[in-house]
Design a protein around this ligand. Structure first.
Ligand SMILES: [Zn+2]
Ligand SMILES: [Zn+2]
Length: 256
């Protein structure tokens, strides 16, 4: 299995996951043009996608969907209530509703959705499994939900939100309600929360860790990476640390 992040920040998110046979897109939070260009850089076209999965309906996760749906025959996987938000944007797509905790098979990739804690409609994260390899995908959650640590034990790779540095958020000059929303249990994970989660699932087989959904105002790749590097060094993990860029593609990462 391999994955490539097309874009990741508070402004737009999309990731391709591939077993080599089955190709899946997670979220369409950048323009259709950028998605097509990103797929092309991955050696793929929209027609080769077996499915598009969504984490939730916020603009930075869906904004390219309307344009994509005009030209492609899409197969969308999401939770039922999230689907009600997406249907007006892509009325002609085929919808498959996911039940958190119940695995579904998409080609040779097994997908299991799990609930996250975010101010959206029925939001989820995902576990992707293929060829005995496991990728965890967690973004847009204000806290690590109960049971997730157990569920993600032994993942070979992890895509993990590391949204904000708490002191940068406090001093951001943003309105208080927005600061409180981001830091709440229904907001986003801080660099520290992301570090605590990695501590809880740490094992030597964790090959790749991708820090994702960095705030462009309340975090920097250098600060987020330094915070996580400290955790990985403390734990003496051989994990390769990546920071998903906001505007360019993170090339394929292979899970061996
Ligand atoms: Zn988001
Ligand atoms: Zn969101």
């Amino acid at each position: 299995m391999q994955f490539s992040v097309l874009a990741s920040s508070s402004k737009g998110n999309a990731t391709v996951i591939s077993s080599g046979i089955t190709h899946i897109l997670v979220d369409t939070g950048i323009s259709a043009l950028r998605i097509r260009k990103g797929l092309q850089e991955c050696g793929l076209t929209g027609k080769q996608l077996a499915a598009i999965l969504f984490t939730h309906e916020h603009t930075d996760h869906v904004c390219g969907l309307g344009q994509l749906a005009k030209k492609e025959d899409l197969s969308i996987y999401c939770t039922r209530y999230m689907g009600q938000e997406l249907r007006p944007i892509a009325p002609h797509a085929r919808y498959t509703y996911l039940e958190p905790g119940s695995p579904v098979q998409i080609g040779d990739i097994t997908v299991t959705a799990f609930c996250v804690s975010h101010d959206a409609t029925d939001p989820v994260g995902y576990i992707f499994e293929s060829n005995n390899k496991k990728l965890g995908y967690i973004t847009d959650t204000g806290k690590i939900p109960n049971g997730l640590t157990e569920l993600l034990q032994g993942v070979d790779a992890l895509y993990l939100e590391s949204n904000y540095d708490p002191s940068m958020l406090r001093n951001s000059g943003r309105p208080l309600y927005l600061i409180e929303r981001i830091a709440s249990h229904f907001g986003h994970l801080s660099n520290e929360q992301a570090g605590d989660f990695v501590r809880s699932i740490a094992h030597n087989g964790l090959q790749h860790l991708v820090l994702a959904h960095l705030s462009q105002d309340c975090n920097t790749p250098a600060i987020a990476s330094a915070a996580m590097r400290k955790v990985l060094d403390e734990l003496k993990l051989p994990t390769v640390l990546h920071c998903a860029p906001a505007a360019t593609r993170l090339p394929w990462l292979s899970i061996n």
